[in-house]
Ligand binder design. Structure first.
Ligand code: ADQ
Length: 528
């Protein structure tokens, strides 16, 4: 208990802790509510979410998705954290309990805590599964009834299925300085991306005049913003880039060539929503990189919501009571508040951001984006704003006679006489000899074979954990504890886009990516 945080807990009493100044806002007057995963995300990311909710998915070799969010919050000085869970939450609860100090108190500045709040029925809410607003309504009942929460002025709502690294203090400071009832974190997006998000229209002071959730093609033109309207929302670097790209595209269309950029398998088939992988990103400066499609001239005149909200507490509480039948923020509560005249502002989130809750392709692309140069997210953060993770007590990885390039390799792996390229390799992965893994995400293992009794003897139909001799794996996601035998080829030779049951139980193809669900056994000699 408290292991992961305990490792760093000394820094929580350190006034230099945050990436930014904690004095911008009085610590303890804002609480964060993380949407820990509903049923729809889990359906979209099947089979990866068969046994766990999306925020509990391994990410970047050493983390769970929730760790990025937890790190953002803790490093921004947010010390009152609630995680609302609704679906398949066992693994998430277990990870939080083993990684963060759930007893609260000293590590969180004395008055802080982390609490997991399960969706539940109550006298005010007789529904079991609810939408984003519905689950916050249930939470408010619990929250308002506790006197320790009386100093909370604002409630920050954060989806648990996003990957990005951000300092929230300037957002909180902006929200308070504008006196907004609600601040929505937003980004400039292309038309294609806009149709998958909440889209806003702004006035010249970044106040939101219109909000439309996942607008149809017919609704989009109404929401487009001209260059002049967009200007207050763009950084100077972005504006310069937009102008440059416009000139390049004009030239390219004159010469008959299209915009450049290699996309990852997921993205190329429409799987990726944002972020993208491979070479599609443009580097603006050392701190800011964005998806190239985001900046493509002619397609970037929209502002999309990241689904991150800071509500003035009283506004949220009253809106949820007043509109007691409304279950969703994007479709119902937010448009209604704007119609009622509430002061709703947009805050521009800089840097990389990806919602991985749309498809397996989104999740895959976000992993691939970590392998770009520079990476979408650099985990080499300053020591006083670390990325928290479960503290593993396993040794450094052994790589013998192997070629490893463009890869993230976690601890405790044994890679023998093998070739790993452009891949994320999770802890305790046993690979080799003579294995090739390319463009893939390998979650690794929760234990080594020798640590637990095997359910049956090892052999050609029940190989050891990891990837066995002479096997090739390309564009695949291998969930935890999979067993890939000898002479296996996982290549999707027929170029299938979507399929279940590829001759092996637990083997799927989603968005053109081979997915082996947890504990899948691939016998020796399997070719796909
Ligand atoms: P979506 O991501 O499509 O759009 P949705 O999937 O409904 O919204 O929910 C957002 C998050 O809340 C997800 O992580 C989901 O799992 C979680 N969630 C839903 N119901 C829950 C429940 N009962 N308990 C716990 N968690 C729950 C939203 C916004 C858009 C915005 C995009 C940005 O509606 O306006 O543009 O996010 O990605």
């Amino acid at each position: 208990r408290g292991g992961g945080l305990g490792e760093h807990s000394g820094s929580f009493g350190d006034p230099e802790l945050s990436r930014s100044s904690l004095s911008i806002w009085p610590r303890g007057t804002l609480t964060a509510v993380v949407l820990g995963g509903g049923e729809s995300d889990s359906r979209r990311l099947f089979p990866l979410t068969q046994y766990r909710t999306l925020p509990a998915l391994p990410f970047g070799g050493a983390y769970r998705i929730i760790d990025l969010l937890m790190s953002n919050m803790l490093n921004s000085g947010i010390n009152k954290i609630h995680i609302l869970t609704a679906y398949n939450s066992y693994s998430l609860n277990r990870h939080l309990q083993r990684t963060y100090d759930m007893s609260g108190g000293v590590p969180y500045g004395g008055d802080g805590y982390i609490e997991v709040v399960a969706n539940s029925m109550s006298p005010e809410s007789h529904q079991w599964v609810t939408g984003t607003a519905g689950c916050v309504r249930q939470f408010m009942t619990y929250f308002d009834s506790n006197s320790k929460n009386r100093f909370i002025e604002d409630i920050m709502i954060l989806p648990g299925d996003h990957v990005y690294s951000a300092d929230y203090t300037p957002i909180i400071a902006y929200h308070r300085s504008t006196g907004a009832d609600l601040t929505i974190v937003c980004r400039p997006v292309s038309g294609e991306q806009a149709s998958r998000l909440g889209v806003v229209k702004l006035d010249g002071q970044n106040r939101i005049k219109t909000f439309a959730e996942k607008p149809s093609a017919a609704e989009l033109p109404e929401l487009a913003m001209s260059d002049d309207e967009m200007r207050p929302f763009m950084t100077p670097t972005e504006e310069a880039l937009r102008t440059r790209r416009r000139q390049q595209t004009t030239l390219a269309s004159r010469n008959g060539s299209g915009p450049m950029g290699r996309l990852s398998p997921g993205a190329s088939k429409g799987g990726a929503r944002m972020g993208g992988g491979g070479g599609g990103r443009v580097v603006l400066d050392t701190m800011t990189s964005v998806d190239e499609t985001e900046m493509r001239p002619g397609s970037s005149g929209y502002v999309g919501s990241c689904g991150i909200y800071i509500f003035r507490r009283s506004v949220l509480s009253e809106a949820l009571k007043r509109h007691f039948k409304m279950q969703d923020f994007g479709r119902q509560i937010i448009p209604e508040l704007i119609r009622e005249g509430a002061k709703v502002h947009a805050y521009r989130l800089p840097g990389y951001w990806a919602d991985v809750g749309g498809s397996v392709g989104d999740f895959y692309s976000a992993n691939m984006a970590l392998l770009c140069d520079p990476p979408s997210i650099s985990f080499n953060a300053p020591i006083n704003s670390p990325f928290f993770k479960f503290p593993l007590t396993i040794p450094a990885s052994q790589m013998m006679h192997s070629r490893v390039s463009g890869a993230l390799v976690s601890a405790g792996c044994i890679i023998n006489k093998s070739n790993i390229r452009n891949s994320v390799i999770g802890s305790r992965s046993i690979i080799g000899p003579n294995v090739t893994i390319e463009d893939s995400v390998v979650f690794g293992a929760s234990h080594y074979d020798h640590e637990k009794p095997l359910p049956r003897p090892l052999g050609p139909t029940f190989p050891p954990m990891g990837v066995g001799e002479n096997s090739i794996v390309r564009s695949a996601i291998l969930d935890l504890n999979v067993r890939v035998g000898k002479n296996v080829q996982l290549l999707n030779k027929e170029g299938v886009y979507e399929s279940a049951d590829r001759g092996v139980q637990g083997m799927y193809i989603r968005d053109g990516i081979i997915v082996l669900s947890r504990e899948t056994v691939v016998p020796d000699g399997t070719v796909m």
